[in-house]
Design a protein around this ligand. Sequence first.
Ligand SMILES: [Zn+2]
Length: 268
Amino acid sequence: MVSTASKLQFTLLWLLAAMVAAVAIGALCVPVQEYFAPLWLFPCLQGLALGAALTAALRTFHMGNRRVAVIGAVAAVAVMFYAQFFLSYRVYADQIERKTPREAALLDASPLRKPSSLMEYLSLQTRRGRPLVGGFVVHDGWVWATWALDAALAAIAAVAVVWIAFGRPFCDRCGRWYRAVGEGRLSPAGAAEVRRLAGSQNEQSATAVEYQLWTCPTADHESVLDLSSISHDRPGKSHANQAERMRFESQTLTQVREILRKNSIPRS
Ligand SMILES: [Zn+2]
């Protein structure tokens, strides 16, 4: 059984990694957005990149608490935007500092003088306005609203990626993520057989299912089998949905593997 102390330690390590990734991605976005920053799409991409980094950290530090992961992802998005805005401010301030005294004197009298703080820089940006589609420029409070929308889009993208990462089972006994050890398509008879073995009450229709087998890195811990039905939305296209999860004791694993081996059918 994994101790509370080591769980806490892994959680803190994950949070630390999440914040480092957030600062790094935020900083990287400053030069990138000079060349490539499609409206609304860019924050989504930022969120996806952050979500991928957070998922890698979840696996590395064996952090399996979904609630902490979601809250951490939202916090990481806030840190990412702060880092991005702060670095943009520093770059802008440095550019002005490099101007000749004459240019600087002219600037001093204009509204473009060097901002002395991040807030001053941001309010300068809102006064200048933010161009949206078709030459339409928003100003002042509307700029803040578009920034808030950017942050919301990034947060949705990051949380979605982290949420999907929790599709992989996590073992609470040893505090480790499961490993995928097999996947394929199972005949209706095979599906019925594993359901019987698991003592599942689910008497689903006699159709083929997609399966994914997971085992805990600790050999004598439970295995997990996910079954999902195959829906044919369009001819020739199928996707798996409606997951059904069953757990097996380690002694039963050989039996489960045998059923899967005998009843696997090719994906058409
Ligand atoms: Zn385990």
